[in-house]
Ligand binder design. Structure first.
Ligand code: FE2
Ligand code: FE2
Length: 493
């Protein structure tokens, strides 16, 4: 059974962290980079390049625990932070970040400025060299940045955090959310550093600890699944889920193409027999119509993957992506058969697909068109579809229905992973133009998917998988926030 993470009008919405984790893994990122615990490494002193070696281990009255160890910057200076023996980190004093941005060397991968005078968007602009960690590896840029030096350079409610003290991807001093700036701001005397890996990146916040917090360290949370993190805004520290990853439409000129229905039984299976006794007429008719529509979309997904295979071949894709696309098409045959079986059972009459009109179903040949379609259909469409199926598997009562949703969720999760992997491959070494195409495709798809569906089922019966538009909208928005958005950020920055 899935863990319910939030409730919308009595409707339990599960957490989608495992889906995000599988997509993240498909993108080739390590568990420790995403989904693992992100507490400061006691051996390293808290971050890459950082090191607590040379610390005295002495207790200072300004620290909040016995045996607190100051965290040092890579240059050996005190960072202003200290670590307690239980691994928690707090901010003792605000130390200015200076000299963190080296001048451009002329060897960077990309240039967008020559001198500080070119950086005029905001005050304090600097033209410098910095590293960005993309999914396919680090890239060095020479560009304008607007780093903070002290907390006073940040907005109220923020603090300036130097890079290389914590395991974040900060390339230069950055303002982060801060409910406190030093221990002196907190009634408890402890301004804690929260490092929360949402599955696709690390959030760093400063927040007061309190005796009533639900947790103090990750050890207080569900091992491997949660981290102890600061609240979003007001509230107590609490365990938050960690760990990244229905149907791919056959889009033709922006519209989903499907086949009509036909009275036939060769697309049904005798091994799938949903409960129909006891269903009231309205619910049964609504279920028949719902599964007829799902079946048509699943059937069209076979063609969508066939087209995708041609596109991958045209771009010279590696064999693993081709094999994934071929396997996904086979999965869609099974999904279509299951859906036509359910539609037939609820309708009380055999139903299968009619001929599919493939006019205009041509593979795209430009990388930009393929990237845009991949983002909309796979990275957003199939990811949200997998999340929907996963949620419905935990909601419906009929074991036959739950099993169908389980199978679809598992397969669609794999299809989503394939989509993200293909996108990462397409964007590897790509210029700004292709990344911009991907970025705007995400924007369009997310905006469209964020709205409640404008079609209501014939009946609302969550226990049978019939959700209201509001329930479906809430579920989709959660999947977008928990899975699509963090993964998009990781891929595109
Ligand atoms: Fe499917
Ligand atoms: Fe799929």
């Amino acid at each position: 059974m899935l863990k319910a993470s939030s409730i919308h009008r009595g409707f339990l919405v599960p957490a989608f962290a495992p889906l995000r984790a599988s997509i993240w893994a498909a993108l080739g990122l390590t568990a420790s980079a995403c989904g693992g615990h992100v507490t400061v490494d006691p051996a390293s002193g808290g971050g890459e390049g950082g090191g607590a070696t040379g610390s005295t281990g002495a207790t200072d009255p300004a620290f909040v625990c016995d045996g607190a160890v100051p965290l040092l910057r890579p240059d050996g200076a005190h960072s202003g932070y200290a670590r307690c023996p239980d691994g928690t980190v707090h901010r003792v004093e605000a130390v200015a970040c200076d000299g963190w941005l080296p001048a451009c060397q002329g060897l960077e991968d990309d240039f967008s400025c020559k001198t500080d005078a070119d950086c005029t968007e905001k005050p304090g602009g600097m033209c410098g060299s910095y590293r960005v960690d993309n999914v396919d590896g680090p890239v060095w840029l020479c560009g304008c940045v607007y780093p903070c030096a002290t907390d006073q350079d940040c907005n109220p409610g923020e603090a300036c955090v130097c890079p290389s003290v914590f395991p974040t991807d900060f390339a230069f001093p950055t303002c982060v959310p801060a409910g406190c700036r030093t221990n002196d701001d907190c009634a408890s005397g402890e301004c804690g550093v929260s490092l929360y890996n949402d599955g696709c990146g690390v959030e760093l916040d400063l927040a007061c600890r309190a005796p009533g917090d639900a947790c103090r360290t990750d050890a207080d949370c569900k091992a491997g699944f949660e981290q102890c993190a600061a609240p979003d805004g007001e509230g107590e520290w609490a365990c938050r889920p960690s760990s990244c990853a229905i149907g791919r439409p056959l889009a033709v000129e922006g519209r989903a193409r499907t086949a009509g229905g036909a009275a036939r039984s060769d697309w049904t299976s005798a091994s799938l027999t949903p409960e129909t006794a006891g269903l009231c007429g309205g619910v049964r008719a609504a279920l028949a119509a719902h599964w007829r529509d799902v079946a048509a979309l699943e059937h069209a997904s076979i063609a969508s993957f066939a087209r995708f295979s041609l596109e991958l071949l045209a771009l010279g894709a590696p064999p693993a992506l081709l094999a994934g696309a071929q396997q996904a098409a086979m999965d869609e045959v099974a999904h279509a058969r299951a859906a036509y079986t359910l539609a037939s059972a609820y309708a009380g009459a055999a139903l299968g697909p009619g001929p599919l009109d493939v006019t205009g179903v041509a593979p795209a040949t430009s990388a930009a068109a393929i990237v845009a379609a991949l983002v909309e259909e796979a990275c957003v469409g199939e990811t949200v579809g997998a999340a929907e199926a996963r949620a419905l598997a935990g909601i419906v009562r009929d074991p036959a229905l739950a099993g169908t949703y389980e199978r679809i969720a598992e397969d669609e999760g794999r299809h989503a992973e394939l989509g993200w992997r293909a996108l990462a491959w397409l964007l590897r070494g790509a210029g700004h133009d292709l990344r911009a195409v991907a970025a705007s495709a995400f924007e369009r798809a997310v905006a469209r998917m964020s709205a409640d569906p404008d079609v209501a089922p014939g009946a609302v019966a969550p226990e049978h998988g019939l959700l209201s538009p509001e329930m479906m909208g809430a579920l989709r928005r959660q999947a977008l926030a928990e899975v699509v958005e963090p993964c998009r950020r990781a891929l595109l920055g």
